[in-house]
Design a protein around this ligand. Structure first.
Ligand SMILES: NC(=O)c1ccc[n+]([C@@H]2O[C@H](COP(=O)([O-])OP(=O)(O)OC[C@H]3O[C@@H](n4cnc5c(N)ncnc54)[C@H](OP(=O)(O)O)[C@@H]3O)[C@@H](O)[C@H]2O)c1
Length: 291
């Protein structure tokens, strides 16, 4: 059984990877988060990878506060920009494969079609710049790596748009939600399934880049409406333009990623984003009925 070192194991994606693997254990996963392995600490990372043989590292650790990165760019860059290079160097030394997660926010959002892997990155906020720096650091380190860009991640765990919408609607307050930013909401459970599928493949020297999101695209407003209709919640929601909504970080207007390369090269097809929302809400309901 392949052995995977998972970083950021307490985040939404980390938790989803552990859960999906536990349903049908195909891998031995060694979960680590900040307490067990701080990926910014080069010595610790090298020691960890040399202490026992791993087939693969999945880096689900990141600094994910998009607005926070504007004022704390130093931390964002250390975790998202420098640490992936540290991981990649340790992977190269120990002949370990690496799957690293990046973001649609490396793009400026000005393209009038879905972004393909070969399109030029041009981040418009600090978080996107820090994540692009991470991709470049991995390329410089020269490991055998897959860099996966995903977008608008949500799950039953952690803090995300879907859970925030449910909480706000339950408070009964009227909501104003942006209706002019387009992206592909992605259920972390579906991304985890795709990553574990790729983890079973042979890794070759060099970097392969793949976009993986749930299929289709929408706006934040329509995503919220899908959450409310699926959950059977009546909410007073007004669609608003992003100009009426001040945030520290600018967001791309249209950062839809094309899964075409994933489908052509591997045959893997992601479920629709609506299915992602429905699956996530069922999981939230299941967890609520247990607690
Ligand atoms: N969330 C999105 O909408 C989105 C969209 C596109 C791409 N992505 C990418 O997808 C990946 C997974 O995102 P996610 O939403 O699952 O993130 P998340 O829930 O914020 O989880 C990230 C985890 O990494 C941990 N971490 C932070 N700094 C670390 C360090 N130095 N060493 C080890 N662990 C550290 C965090 O701990 P603390 O919580 O204690 O900081 C957290 O447990 C990331 O690469 C992210 O950039 C996310």
């Amino acid at each position: 059984m392949k052995k995977i070192l998972l970083t950021g194991s307490e985040g939404q994606l980390g938790q989803s990877i552990i859960k999906i693997n536990s349903l049908n254990p195909e891998y031995t996963i060694v979960p680590t988060d900040l307490r067990e392995l701080d990926i910014t600490q080069a010595k610790e990372v090298h020691r960890f990878l040399q202490s026992e043989p791993f087939d693969l590292v999945i880096n689900a650790a990141a600094y994910t506060q998009v607005d926070g990165a504007e004022t704390d760019y130093e931390t964002a860059l250390r975790v998202n920009g420098t640490a992936p290079g540290i991981l990649a160097a340790a992977c190269r030394e120990t002949d370990t494969g690496l799957i690293h997660i990046s973001t649609d926010y490396v793009f400026d959002g000005n393209l009038d079609r879905d972004y393909q892997e070969a399109d030029a990155a041009n981040p418009i906020n600090a978080y996107g710049r820090s994540k692009l720096a991470g991709e470049q650091a991995i390329a410089r380190a020269g490991a055998k790596a897959l860099i996966i860009r995903t977008s608008w991640l949500f799950s039953e765990t952690g803090k995300n748009f879907v859970k925030t919408m449910l909480a706000l609607a339950q408070e009964g307050k009227p909501l104003r939600i942006i209706n002019d930013q387009y992206g592909s909401p992605t259920y972390a459970g579906h991304l985890a399934e795709a990553l574990l599928f790729l983890a079973g493949k042979r890794f070759h020297p060099g970097i392969s880049l793949f976009h993986i999101t749930n299929k289709g695209f929408t706006t934040w407003y329509h995503l919220a409406m899908k959450v409310f209709t699926t959950a059977g919640i009546r909410a007073a929601v007004t669609p608003v333009p992003s100009t009426g909504f001040k945030t520290a970080a600018a967001r791309p207007a249209r950062s839809v990623l094309s899964n075409q390369r994933l489908e052509t090269v591997t045959g893997y097809v992601m479920p629709a984003w609506e299915t992602g929302v429905e699956t996530c809400l069922r999981e939230i309901e299941r967890l609520n009925s247990i607690h």
